[in-house]
Design a protein around this ligand. Structure first.
Ligand code: CO
Length: 134
């Protein structure tokens, strides 16, 4: 059911420093910071040959990243995102297998303008898992 790894998201306490490290130390193709107020994050997209890395930094008072950084002050992997062809079919299959879908269970439009869902980390080896319909 799941397809390609679309991205890995890493929450960071210092977006400038993290972007500079990926650009200068790791030699990656690093984009400019983009504010995404609907999602409560500022994102730097990093294009790798086979996937993307997204550096996430809190934006606004109710950022979903803030609590994560409070628990992980030096940053850490926040979620992985897998591509699916049909997000409703994927959701219904996952629910039938006992997996918990976060929120109201309906897909939302994600950071890339495509429908996404998040799955409970406790059901997936402690890893917050995003599905994106491509
Ligand atoms: Co994501």
């Amino acid at each position: 059911m799941i397809g390609r790894l679309n991205h890995i998201a890493i929450a960071v306490p210092d977006l400038e420093a993290a972007a500079a490290q990926y650009r200068d130390t790791l030699g990656a193709n690093v984009g400019a910071p983009q504010d995404e107020p609907d999602h409560g994050v500022t994102v730097v997209f990093i294009e790798l040959p086979n996937t993307k890395i997204e550096l996430l930094y809190p934006l606004g008072e109710n950022s979903p990243i803030k609590a994560f950084l409070d628990k992980n002050p030096s940053g850490g992997m926040h979620h992985v995102c897998y591509e699916v062809e049909d997000i409703i079919a994927a959701r219904d299959h996952l629910k039938s297998q006992g997996a918990r879908v976060l929120g109201d269970g309906e897909p939302k439009i994600g950071a890339h303008g495509k429908p996404v869902l998040f799955l409970h980390p406790k059901d997936f080896q402690g890893t917050l898992t995003e599905l994106e319909q491509v």
